[in-house]
Design a protein around this ligand. Sequence first.
Ligand code: ADP
Length: 457
Amino acid sequence: KVMNADIVVVGAGGAGLAAAVSANQKGATVIVLEKMPQVGGNTIISGAAYNAVDPSRQKPAGIEDSIEKHYTQTYEGGDELGNPVLIHTMVENAYPTLQWLESLGMEFKGQIFTVLGGLWPRAHKPVKPLGTGYIETYMNYIKQHDGITLLTDTRAVDLYKEDGRVSVVKATGPDATIVAQGHKAVILATGGFGANIELRDTYNKIWPALTNIKTTNHPGATGDGLALAEKVGADLVGMEYIQLLPMGDPNTGSLSGNIELGVENRIFVNKDGKRFVDEGARRDVMTKALFDQEDAFMWVILDGHCYPTTDIKNNFNETMQELLDQGRAYKADNLEELADEIGVDADNLKASVAEFNKAVEAGGPDAFGRTLFADKIDQPPYYAGARKPTVHHTMGGIKINEKAQVIDKDGNVIPGLYAAGETTGGIHGSNRLGGNALVDINVFGKIAGENAAAESN
Ligand code: ADP
């Protein structure tokens, strides 16, 4: 079956849907191909934190911030390996793109928080749970406007040039092969490869063997866009930089069950009840430290400041009571009993908390270099939740420029080809800050859609 439009988008996660919507707003017709039975990809199951310098929300909370600080933390947090031009594009467009999402009907809460590995309180939390707010916002737009055709269960398997431009995507649908022609452009938004164990093993140079490490990712995160892009000459960058979180469910690797609500109010202890890292550090730093602990296993410890009542939800839409009932979190009236319940040395746990509380009073930095604090851990009840390392994000991928055009191995733009979101590389360097993925995919998805729509055909 042959289909025609101005633009073909491959992948209906956050980046692909942002691209489809922004291209449509610029008057382009769009075909979106999604291999899974449903849209949303990793975006819809993500913690959904969105970093943006936003005086309207940060100022009332007394939070100092600047776009330059967001830039510097992103660049240095990735060991200065990210492309400065792309990082500038991302941080400068973070707030305008958040406002664009709001103009499409998306709602963010008023309160700003520090997300794990985000290094600073600039994360916005959507009102809707997890990443559903982003996907519903884009899907509502698609339903209410003509010109965007979305095919699920339809997997892109090949990419072709015509007259020197990338314009044809071959895909396998439920009952036919589809040849989708994008007369202006093709946009790859296929996400990362965190669920592709073989590719992970091929590129991993930094971590211990990842073969048996679980992932937070949806099963479709297999890096399909990389081979498609390479076939037409694209360059790949930073492929060895794979992000792990210290926050996986020990059984599934998923983020669900994570009891932390923000960075400031919790500590991590190992099986001995001892702290081992700055819990406000970069994600790679925390995960490396966790690999050095017995069984690469830790407990998140927090208190009644976070959960004065057990009907409060974590960032993954689960109430504390549900987690307690499922045996995925533990609760006690004092630290002695909590230590008993989780089988760690009570004296060690009490000493860890006492030392932490002293640092909160002093304002840090503490012995681990931690500087992000709010309340002491001193308000019953006390809670614990188990966590292990889990593969979360792949920083590497298709090389793009600030217009989201794909760059070939000689450094030239590949005519007609754009890419956005986790399938791209070169923005986050060796380590992505928490809260920057949703910015990346929405900012560059929007940019890709706008620029693709502006191509002449
Ligand atoms: P991002 O955050 O970059 O948007 P997501 O993981 O949210 O990434 O979305 C990527 C989407 O692309 C997923 O829904 C995934 O199923 C889809 N996808 C991946 N490979 C293909 C492919 N070959 N054909 C069509 N869709 C694909």
